[in-house]
Design a protein around this ligand. Structure first.
Ligand SMILES: [Zn+2]
Length: 68
């Protein structure tokens, strides 16, 4: 098993919304078919506020999930 070309499996990252203060995880999906840019906004799953954005080398998507 080589990890040389497998940089797209990144662990979940935890963030606290700057708008509503609730915690959530976000995962970066590199090379996603649904991605249109080499960056994607981090959108709070609770209130929909943007919490910055993530840059990648190819088309990426950012998935967020609530931390109950
Ligand atoms: Zn929020």
């Amino acid at each position: 098993m080589s990890y040389y070309n497998h940089m797209n499996d990144q662990p979940d990252k935890r963030l606290k919304c700057s708008s509503c203060g609730k915690p959530f995880n976000y995962t970066i999906s590199d090379g996603s078919m649904s991605g249109e840019h080499d960056w994607a906004p981090i959108v709070c799953p609770w209130c929909g506020s943007h919490n910055g954005k993530v840059h990648g080398g190819a088309t990426i998507s950012v998935w967020t999930s609530k931390i109950e």
